[in-house]
Design a binder for this molecule. Structure first.
Ligand code: ZN
Length: 682
């Protein structure tokens, strides 16, 4: 591992923060914390913590010794001085004499000792940092160190490798007890430059930020070298190489098996994040995957993100996906059963009693395909997949030397159900469409972009399809979704786009088939070619998208929603708009046909009938021409409806969201036109 330290950058940091009245100690603490945070082999997603002992002025201007320590909820990679709250050292040091301290009391004292009462909670490892003498203390869950300690001979390996340079503490649950243990080990190891916490991670310290940081890099590099020297074997592949199916086929099956029906047409759904790199493939396809994957976690902190073990699935066989789906459902049920048993066994020995968390896996292994991270959102699934990949790397390295060994199950349980650990996850109320995947066609245009935003605002993951690749990408970036170039009149391209979405998120739940364009011509004289072109885009493209969506939805087996952008013309034809209106009328009938044929599989359908929306279909130039032809202002033209209000793309988008949320509505048309009786559904 290479040191990223740069004197130039460090000086720039100090200067920048000095302008804000922040001292050099804290500036250097921020700088080297970010260096640690930037290296995924050291820490990930809020893991690890750092501190500095310094002196600051209190409100009365008195010099006050404090510990500035990482605050809960901050990520080292992006930390700022506000993420390192100052805690009075005298208050932390006096706790050293306590025999025992409850978690609640510990948090209470730490909060009470904050200089700024509005600061975030100091790290759960605050006391440990305070009771180690040196000024700068760094703590990471470095992969290489974990791979060394997570073996039966881990302690001996570390002693042989580091000698007296690193103190070694046995595994102990984080919190007050670990702080006491580590302080005793620290005091008994004069001259040590850091400390290994077996099966947990590593601490280094120093009088300067650089010293502590460089020691971290040195010791981790030594562990990396030892792993390379000691590597004897690669994971043995399973005897039968599986004739595999694709990630796009397997994702929806797994996602469907993990969904939970609320019984009223709503589902709790998850999002998947597939990782199919060589390490994940070798891990999932190993002959002994059932042993090493179920042996626990590489560091206890991971339990809140990925549960004690992954779900392991059999190898899927192409052409046998129906029987595979049955095996997946059985495996998910068995996982939940095992989790309940784990909870009950350990809860029986725990005081006070805990409430069981959900029993569903956070990652899954599929031979031939690698791993899937599982989360309530794409973001959560990505975090789970990142931590799963770290697990794969550490376990693989430990197995290359000897055998992976974790802390025992009771310790994992204690960590998973530790109130201070659960507090890290925060309590965010799920949005109505959380976990659902929506595909919006024509998503690069005015109305499509508004629809994409509206669904993302409700918590959905959104795939934006548009003929214009840049437009799709632009909207996708804005909604943190997936942008795909797709000509919806090419049914093969549509099918391929849906495969991509299934690959990315694990499936599709909502289609908003929005792409369309107006075609005109007097019906008795219009060339067939115009009519056919309009039908290609305004009818067949809707059918292709709906068919592709149905294919994914049926693999999931958890219903879905098909929504179509109809038009006033479908209900209330206007002169010269035959080519457009006829195709839209057919699409309206298509929507009803889907309602009739797929209602039994919980697939709902609906259409929005909108009119006079400023958009790519009704351009500024058209608005100017039509309003002047009628002798009214543009505003009066746009608001020429019963309510006298202009209808916007956002109004249309909200109508689609309303249909998506109406669990007991199918075959319905929702009109969004400010009121036009001639175009009313009858
Ligand atoms: Zn830790």
């Amino acid at each position: 591992m290479r040191s990223l330290w740069s004197d130039e950058d460090a000086a720039a940091f100090t200067a920048r923060y000095e302008e804000r009245g922040i001292g050099e100690d804290l500036a250097m603490r921020v700088y080297s914390s970010r260096l640690l945070g930037r290296e995924p082999q050291l820490v990930q997603h809020g893991g690890g913590n750092t501190s500095v002992k310094t002196v600051v002025k209190d409100v009365l201007g008195r010099a006050t010794p404090v510990l500035c320590v990482k605050g809960s909820g901050w990520d080292l990679e992006f930390i700022e001085p506000e993420g390192l709250p100052a805690v009075r050292m005298d208050r932390l040091l006096e706790l050293r004499d306590a025999e025992a301290l409850s978690d609640g009391a510990m948090v209470e004292v730490q909060r009470g000792a904050l200089l700024d009462s509005a600061a975030p909670n100091p790290s759960v490892e605050t006391l440990l940092h305070a009771w180690m003498g040196p000024r700068f203390v760094d703590h990471t869950h470095a992969n290489a160190v974990l791979a060394l300690t997570d073996q039966p001979g881990g302690e001996a390996l570390c002693r042989a490798l580091y000698g007296d340079r690193l103190a070694i503490a046995p595994y102990c649950m984080p919190g007050f007890d670990l702080a006491r243990l580590a302080a005793r080990v620290f005091e008994a190891s004069p001259g040590a430059e850091g400390m290994i916490l077996l099966k947990h991670g590593i601490f280094t310290w120093g009088e300067t930020a650089r010293e502590a940081y460089e020691r971290m890099i040195t010791f981790v590099s030594m562990a990396e070298d030892a792993l390379q020297r000691g590597a004897r074997q690669a994971l043995t592949p399973a005897a039968t190489a599986p004739a595999s199916a694709s990630a796009a086929q397997i994702g929806p099956i797994l996602r469907g098996a993990l969904a939970e029906a609320f019984g009223d047409g709503r589902w709790r759904r998850v999002t998947l994040d597939h990782r199919g790199g060589p390490a994940a493939l070798a891990f999932a396809g190993g002959a002994e995957v059932m042993r090493y994957s179920q042996a626990g976690l590489v560091t206890p902190d991971h339990v809140i993100r990925i549960k004690p073990w992954p779900l392991v699935l059999p190898a899927p066989e192409a052409g046998q996906l129906d029987s595979f789906a049955g095996q997946v459902r059985a495996a998910v049920a068995a996982y939940a059963e095992r989790y309940r048993d784990y909870f009950e066994r350990h809860n029986a020995a725990t005081q006070p009693k805990k409430t069981m968390l959900d029993p569903w896996p956070r990652w899954a292994l599929v031979p031939g395909l690698g791993l899937y991270g599982i989360g309530a959102s794409a973001k959560e699934a990505a975090v789970a997949a990142d931590i799963a990949e770290t697990t794969v790397a550490v376990v693989t390295a430990a197995e290359a030397m000897d055998r992976f060994e974790s802390i025992d199950e009771a310790d994992l349980f204690a960590m998973e159900y530790w109130s201070l650990e659960q507090a890290k996850l925060g309590k965010v109320r799920a949005k109505p469409l959380a976990g659902q995947v929506a595909v919006v066609t024509g998503g690069g245009g005015t109305i499509g972009a508004a629809i994409a935003r509206a669904f993302a605002d409700q918590g959905a993951e959104v795939a934006v399809l548009d003929r214009d690749e840049a437009a799709a990408a632009g909207v996708a970036t804005a909604v943190k979704g997936l942008g795909l170039a797709c000509d919806v009149t090419d049914s093969a391209a549509v099918a391929a786009a849906f495969e991509r979405v299934a690959e990315r998120y694990g499936g599709v739940d909502i289609l908003v088939s929005n792409a369309g364009a107006a075609f005109t011509g007097r019906i008795g004289e219009v060339p067939d070619a115009v009519l056919r072109e309009s039908f290609d885009l305004n009818f067949f493209a809707h059918q292709s998208a709906a068919q592709a969506a149905i294919a994914v939805m049926r693999r999931q087996g958890t219903g879905g929603v098909l929504l179509f952008n109809a038009s006033k013309q479908a209900l209330n034809p206007g002169p010269d708009f035959g080519p457009y209106g006829l195709a839209k009328a057919a699409t309206l009938a298509l929507m009803r046909q889907y309602a009739v044929e797929y209602g039994g599989e919980s697939v709902r359908s609906g259409a929005v009938n909108a009119d006079r929306i400023r958009s790519g279909l009704l351009t500024d130039e058209m608005i100017a021409r039509r309003s002047s032809a009628r002798g009214v202002t543009e505003q009066a033209y746009l608001a020429g409806n019963l309510l006298g209000r202009e209808v916007t793309a956002e109004d249309v988008a909200q109508a689609f969201v309303a249909l998506a949320l109406s669990n007991k509505t199918t075959g319905a048309v929702l009109t969004v036109d400010g009121g036009n009786i001639a175009a009313a559904v009858r």
